[in-house]
Design a protein around this ligand. Sequence first.
Ligand SMILES: NC(=O)c1ccc[n+]([C@@H]2O[C@H](COP(=O)([O-])OP(=O)(O)OC[C@H]3O[C@@H](n4cnc5c(N)ncnc54)[C@H](OP(=O)(O)O)[C@@H]3O)[C@@H](O)[C@H]2O)c1
Length: 316
Amino acid sequence: MTQLCSLDGTPISRFAFGTMQFGGAADESASAAMFNANLDAGITHFDTAHLYTDGASETILGRLIKPHRDRLVIATKIGYRCPDNLADLRDAFDVSRKRLDQDMVDILYLHRFNPNLSIEAQITTLAAMQDEGAVRYLALSNFAAWQVMKAQAVAQTMGTRIDVIQPMYSLVKRQAEVELLPMCAAENILAAAYSPLGSGLLTGKYRTGKDGPGETGRLTRDPRYAARYGQDWMHTAAAGLYEIAQDLGTHPATLAVAWAAAHPARPAPILSARALDQLAPSLDGVNYPMTSELYRRITALTPTPPPATDRIEEHV
Ligand SMILES: NC(=O)c1ccc[n+]([C@@H]2O[C@H](COP(=O)([O-])OP(=O)(O)OC[C@H]3O[C@@H](n4cnc5c(N)ncnc54)[C@H](OP(=O)(O)O)[C@@H]3O)[C@@H](O)[C@H]2O)c1
């Protein structure tokens, strides 16, 4: 894998932290507390996006990174609303840089596949930004594997490459195992895996019944997330993970993030929380000793997605 590093040559941290809550569920002081806790835990890769909290995420992150900039890897994303002209992509990036108060970001993602512009035109634009020194690593989020490889072929003709992708990946969202993660391992691409807690489901807080807290959170407040994690088997798996955590005397969030990191393609889970107390069990996952036996036990809680060839009898 390309060894991604910060400006001062520090290798990118094994885990990342996502700032989607900065300026939303996390006010400036909660954001600062989480930022510092991440640094204390050795996490130096921070993820934001043009889209998040109307720009507050980038603005707050920009203020926090100032004293540490050269040893950090800062990622943002543009293009979520699928513009139909390249000038909008450029403008969004300029606004993001202004909010971050940075001429350069380390990793720039296209936030999702945009059918309104050709891959060639979008990659040409990213490559030009890289030539200008405004971006160090090119990246794609929410792309299918064939879309990544098409983009990679275009990047290669320009003497550059896609170094990072950002797929959704957790114990209850394992589609990335079929094509994306094997592609990353084969093509030396870093997978920064988002929503490793299934947006909170895998903390066990939505358990119902006599011992369940039946807490509220993103899944009860936001219908998109309720739909994304609405299937019964996902909730059964979350309850199973809770039981394993009880057995081991740890928190299910600790196991969930350690499990996501333990895939053979070595994805970098993007941790996230709304406050320091929520973040603590995820940070405990950074150094959690995930044995192969425990990895198999947790993996067995959810269905393994069928292989791309559908020849399941050949996969044991
Ligand atoms: N590329 C993309 O399209 C994309 C999409 C989504 C996210 N991301 C990136 O990935 C990062 C992580 O995504 P995510 O926020 O979905 O990650 P996640 O780790 O799956 O979910 C985090 C959420 O879970 C809940 N939570 C966390 N710890 C908890 C605890 N100990 N107890 C109870 N609840 C807890 C909190 O939500 P509540 O308290 O509100 O329930 C928290 O905001 C984001 O910040 C962003 O940088 C990227």
